[in-house]
Design a protein. Structure first.
Length: 185
């Protein structure tokens, strides 16, 4: 449209200043259009390239396990300091990085149990034991949770399983045995 206006001005004999202004406007608009076309092209190229780049930027399984190990180490320090809520935050990050690690779910269960969140604790222990049915820590801690929930028979089932797993004894077996004795069973 500006191009047509410029031609009309030139044909009608309008002043040079008006013609110059119209030409400058036309050139500026053409420059803007060129920039917009370039930007659009760049967006299309990047739009297609970004998913491919994102796929290359995914951390490896080894890197994820390393990240999870760091988060678990931090969480264990917080658990020893009885800072369970903060520990849960780190354990959730660890779980996102390596959700198939039964230790992470076991520590989550422990932290939840210490906060009195028994449903969440039970879910975490169940997940740990689903991933590793012979996880001694999860068997002991879930046994203690069963005692809290007044389910001593289930705690004793875990004690029997620990006796099978630890024929020569182990810390988890001894701790659950003491907890059951203290409970009165």
């Amino acid at each position: 449209m500006l191009f047509n206006m410029r031609n009309l001005l030139l044909q009608s004999g309008k002043s040079y200043a008006n013609t110059y202004i119209c030409e400058a406007t036309f050139q500026r608009n053409e420059t803007i259009m060129t920039v917009l076309r370039f930007t659009w092209s760049l967006c299309v190229v990047l739009g297609l390239a970004l998913p491919a780049m994102a796929a290359d930027d995914q951390p490896s399984e080894e890197e994820l396990k390393g990240l999870a190990a760091k988060e678990v180490a931090t969480a264990k320090t917080l658990i020893y300091a009885e800072r369970y809520k903060r520990a849960i935050g780190h354990l959730n990050k660890a779980r996102e990085a390596d959700g198939r690690n039964p230790d992470i779910h076991n520590y989550l269960g422990y932290a939840y149990r210490k906060l009195g969140k028994n449903d969440a604790a039970m879910t975490s222990y169940n997940k740990a034991l689903k991933l590793d049915p012979n996880h001694k820590g999860a068997l002991e801690y879930q046994g203690e949770l069963f005692l809290t929930l007044k389910m001593p028979e289930k705690a004793k089932q875990h004690l029997e399983k620990l006796k099978t797993l630890c024929p020569n004894g182990c810390e988890e077996l001894e701790l659950l045995k003491k907890s059951i004795a203290k409970y009165g069973g």
